[in-house]
Design a protein around this ligand. Structure first.
Ligand code: ZN
Length: 280
């Protein structure tokens, strides 16, 4: 009896020791490891954050209340150089000024960049020897439509990150990946899948909430492009632009140069319409 009580006390003591000493040590080790892992992957997360801020900023810099140029939608293009990737081009919707409803921000981004490369090539400048956007990333303020998703797919874009979901015309890339081959007359997913991600950024939540309220007020058929002319939307884009201007890199060893170049590019974006290269 005494012996078993001794063992019980011993067991209790051991449990207390593990609880007080052992577990916190394990937790501390895990915590350190997860911190290392977090900073190892955070540079990419931060690059996406900066890229997304740049896309909002490009739109804000050409903000219009009347859509005289096109809709308040735009995008920026990230090259495929992994650690050294940088924003190489920007584009905004120009449907109105061109009288051409194909002129979405992403279309002009992709066409415009390849046209610029070709013009530089003809002027004997050293440019990447590419004819498509294999491995590139598109940051866009509004979820891509079917037209832009189709172009991204054929141009081998790696992924797109959007700063507001589009309940009407979104999920085009996901629909291309639907596998209906088990159904009569079904199809396999479309080749060259492009990853589509909703940006993990506060402005995305704000814009989606704002549009949802707008639809409650003006009915389910209210246009997202009309919401994007509103003062509420303008203020959200302005906040993103302000954040970018004040932003300091959290992983400066990797993202400082990217941030400086991004800020420089955004500052060079004019309010006015910029035509694409005349060769296309
Ligand atoms: Zn589009």
């Amino acid at each position: 009896m005494k012996k078993s009580r001794f063992y019980l006390r011993y067991l209790f003591g051991a449990v207390v020791m593990i609880t007080l000493v052992g577990v916190p040590t394990v937790q501390a080790r895990e915590h350190t490891q997860s911190n290392d892992n977090a900073s190892a992957i955070y540079w990419k997360t931060e690059k996406d954050h900066i890229g997304m801020l740049a896309a909002y900023a490009v739109v804000y810099k050409g903000w219009q209340k009347d859509n005289a140029r096109g809709y308040n939608i735009g995008s920026v293009l990230l090259s495929n150089d992994s650690l050294n990737s940088r924003l190489v081009f920007w584009g905004r919707n120009c449907n109105t000024v061109t009288h051409n409803e194909t002129q979405h921000g992403e279309v002009r981004l992709m066409l415009g960049y390849l046209a610029k490369l070709n013009a530089d090539r003809q002027h004997k400048l050293k440019v990447p020897d590419i004819k498509n956007l294999d491995g590139y990333t598109v940051y866009t303020t509004l979820e891509p439509c079917a037209q832009c998703s189709g172009m991204m797919t054929l141009q081998k874009v790696h992924n797109t990150i959007y700063g507001q979901g589009d309940p009407g015309f979104g999920k085009a890339l996901e629909r291309l990946q639907l596998n209906s081959s088990s159904l009569p007359n079904g199809y396999l997913p479309y080749p060259r899948p492009v990853i589509s991600e909703r940006a993990n950024i506060i402005y995305c939540n704000q814009l989606e909430k704002g549009f949802s309220e707008y639809q409650k007020k003006y009915g389910p058929d209210a246009h997202i492009t009309d919401f994007l002319k509103s003062e509420e939307a303008r203020q959200i884009f302005e906040s993103a632009y302000s954040e970018l201007k004040a932003y300091k890199a959290k992983v400066p060893s990797i993202n400082d140069r990217f941030l400086i170049e991004t800020k420089k590019m955004v500052e060079s974006v004019p309010k006015e319409f910029v035509p694409l290269h005349p060769d296309i």
